[in-house]
Design a binder for this molecule. Structure first.
Ligand code: DGL
Length: 264
């Protein structure tokens, strides 16, 4: 089965999930859409996030994808249900991220960092509680992280100050696990690890999301055959050059990126 796996995010963040998919499933082909013209999603209303997500999904469905990965926590928090009405398997990042955090914590004290929308939706808090009812969760909205990532400020003094500000309440709570509940945040992993220190584990949803993708491909018998070599396509709704620069940092290769508009 040579059809592509469709993946979308509001910008470059979903590439943290793509990276894991490329490593885990080299035979699979991926088509990625970053809605860079309308980023950030994190501060938009639920109605707008749902509308954008459906438009992104339609763009990818037109490319004849066999499954959809919603590599955006904000879109996963609000739009997963409506997206599941499409006729292909759909995977989000919240359940996989929650599973990972619950797997890793030793003292049952977990912090979740996310966009304002993701944190306000309460989806992470609900999902983690369902998986581990005795857990203590501290959920912190970090609205300044996405623009810092999109501006390539991975190791900038301004980023450190903002990280310190957001992490201060977490440090007091003695959490042992910090879940990056936004696919942009792994770009800031190094600085977050430095600030939290060696006793805290930073996790994200990329690896568990890739595991779930693998399981669904298998269940639905839509895996690419082992003699396929994955071919990958990348589309954005604005400024392909900026996207290329950011993706080079994460994937270590220059992508060919084309401009395309979501479908209403
Ligand atoms: N990367 C996205 C997420 O995982 C969204 C960032 C944004 O557009 O605000 O939530």
């Amino acid at each position: 089965m040579n059809r592509h796996i469709g993946v979308f995010d509001s910008g470059v963040g979903g590439l943290t999930v793509v990276k894991q998919l490329l490593e885990s499933y080299p035979h699979e082909s991926i088509v990625y859409f970053g809605d860079t013209a309308r980023i950030p999603y994190g501060d938009k209303s639920p109605e707008t996030i749902i509308r954008y997500s459906i438009e992104n999904a339609k763009l990818l469905l037109k490319k004849n994808i066999k499954m959809l990965v919603v590599a955006c926590n904000t879109a996963s928090a609000y739009a997963l249900k409506p997206l599941k009405s499409f006729d292909i398997p759909v995977v989000g990042v919240i359940e996989p991220g929650a599973k990972k955090a619950v797997e890793v914590t030793r003292n049952g004290r977990i912090a979740v960092l996310g966009t304002r929308g993701t944190i306000q939706s309460g989806e992470y808090q609900k999902t983690i509680h369902r998986l581990l009812p005795s857990v203590m969760i501290q959920a912190i909205a970090c609205p300044l992280f996405v623009p810092l990532v999109e501006e390539h400020f991975f190791n900038h003094p301004a980023t450190r100050l903002i990280v310190q500000e957001y992490l201060a309440p977490i440090k007091k709570e003695k959490v042992d696990t910090v879940l990056l509940g936004c696919t942009h945040y792994p770009f800031l992993r190094a600085i977050l690890e430095e600030e939290m220190g060696p006793h805290v584990t930073i996790v994200d949803s990329a690896s568990t999301c890739a595991d779930e993708v693998g399981m669904i491909l298998k269940q639905n018998q839509i895996e690419a055959s082992k003699d396929c070599i994955g071919s990958h396509q990348y589309f954005v709704s604005d400024d392909p050059e900026k996207f290329k620069r950011l993706s080079l940092n994460l994937l270590g290769q220059t992508l060919s990126v084309s401009l395309e508009m979501p479908l209403s």
